[in-house]
Unconditional design. Structure first.
Length: 201
């Protein structure tokens, strides 16, 4: 895919668009995170944020990612169930949750339970080819990986693909994207609906 077909200029995302964070865990190779925003009316997915870093604990990464929104749900891969030495036997996904990230209850998978890498890649490619997948042009690390992403002997080369993997997990779990809760409160006020708990907030 030509980059110009998926790159778009950054813009202020409507708050009523559902959003989802997605993680790919790493240590020597970077951990990576993306935020996806979903224009449900046009069925277009936007990669709006991306970051990656090596040798950072869940606590350090949480400091970076919580400002994206503590309400933001996070998709994560199967290896998030793995226990780590640094976490004293606590599964990796639970460590991130303990530091304030809103981790989804189960690892990234399609609605039928499949975790197929090929199915995830085909979903992304289909969206790209049909104009339903866009990436903010300022996310240079994402495009660096995109340029390097390739196959050898028919197999995807698992090298410097951390943001690509995180994006794939997010696309697989797009059904879990949610709207910023603050948007619901604003919508109620605009509609003149009362908030029964308002006096206690």
């Amino acid at each position: 895919m030509a980059e110009e077909l998926i790159a778009c200029e950054p813009f202020r995302l409507p708050r009523y668009w559902p959003r989802l964070g997605a993680l790919d865990f790493g240590w020597d190779h970077p951990s990576a995170a993306v935020e996806l925003a979903w224009d449900t009316e046009a069925d277009v997915v936007y990669v709006a944020k991306a970051c990656r870093a090596s040798q950072q604990t869940p606590a350090m990464q949480a400091l970076t990612l919580k400002p994206w929104g503590e309400w933001l749900p996070w998709a994560w891969p199967r290896d998030g169930r793995r226990e780590t030495l640094e976490g004293a036997g606590v599964a990796l996904a639970r460590q991130y949750g303990a530091h304030g990230l809103n981790m989804l209850s189960s690892h990234a998978q399609f609605a039928d339970g499949s975790v197929s890498v090929e199915a995830g890649l085909m979903e992304m490619l289909d969206r790209m080819q049909s104009g339903r997948f866009k990436v903010f042009s300022t996310l240079l690390p994402w495009f660096e990986e995109f340029r390097l992403y390739h196959r050898k002997d028919g197999q995807v080369v698992k090298l410097r693909d951390d943001l690509m993997a995180a994006t794939r997990y997010g696309v697989m779990m797009l059904r879990e994207a949610v709207v910023d809760p603050a948007e619901f409160k604003m919508a109620r006020r605009k509609a003149g609906q009362s908030d029964p708990l308002g006096a206690f907030r």
